[in-house]
Design a protein around this ligand. Sequence first.
Ligand code: FMN
Length: 342
Amino acid sequence: MSKLFTSFKIKDLNIKNRIVMAPMCMYSADKSGNSNDWHFVHYTSRAVGGVGLILQEATAVEPRGRISSNDLGLWDDNHIEGLKKIVDSVKKHGASMGVQLAHAGRKCEAENEQIIAPSSIAYSEEYRLPKEMTREDIKTVVKAFKDAAKRCIEVGYDIIEIHGAHGYLINEFLSPVTNKRTDEYGGSAENRARFLKEVLRGVREVWTEDKPLILRVTAEDYVEEGNHPEDLAELINLVKEDGVDIINVSSGGLVNIVPKAFQGYQVKFAEVIKERTGLPVIAGGLIIDPHMAEEILQNKRADLVYLGRELLRNPNWPLLAAHELKDEVPWPSQYERAKLRR
Ligand SMILES: Cc1cc2nc3c(=O)[nH]c(=O)nc-3n(C[C@H](O)[C@H](O)[C@H](O)COP(=O)(O)O)c2cc1C
């Protein structure tokens, strides 16, 4: 049996294998943040294809926290019904499902929103200048995360992922490049981690300790004066007692620089985070080969692996990977006649 197809238990959740579908924005919701048939088919297909844990795309906790006008939302009770249909379907087809709760901060490009950030610095010349958040704004956003987490219980998600990566609001607080505040939310690592800590505490008031929670981080800002994996490990260590169970390790997105990407380019970052925080990690980035996924797990470089674009190309990747690794996994009965046999 390969490691990729062993189950992974975290708190009350038993994930059937170690394959995670990375959160990927579809920019296909209506302007009120509602899901539709596209999302239903998209997520159900990956459950049918054998993914262990599906992480729903960045889902905004308030309208000004959207990346685009077509992001999914969880800022309103009206969002619950559509998302519940998706989650019920995904679970029926054997996968676990989580949602990535997000706030875009200065990278919000949704129409007619005043954008906010820890400091009033634009992402690039093409982006609007954000308003520096007041303490009142901070409280409002923390409450928005908490209220969204409460809705997650009604939707029926197995796990929540807090989006602390890719240069969005939480990441903007964590990095000294985007956080120039002189109050208790800026400066030292402890101060830069404060907003995240408050978000986690807010979420944990409703998403109780028995339920698992993932934090996604950008482990490398790709600028000298930004955060590097060791810095992220330090920041995570400051908040992990507030209820973080797993770290989903990504990189970049804080500044307008595209890193040189190659297969496994972020795995090293995941290893550093795992070693220095002692938490389980999800590693990924350009993983396409089942043997590579297996190597990462066997060598204990990560506990789970995520796939993004490869799962867009091939929703049945897990079923084919099992064959490649000589594992026996059940196929949907409807597809039994197509099952690859040795
Ligand atoms: C279409 C698309 C949308 C994405 N949206 C999100 C998102 O909502 N949240 C997030 O954390 N990352 C997002 N990402 C990044 C992916 O989660 C993943 O980290 C990245 O694609 C690298 O993995 P891959 O090489 O397997 O695709 C997105 C990537 C793609 C291709």
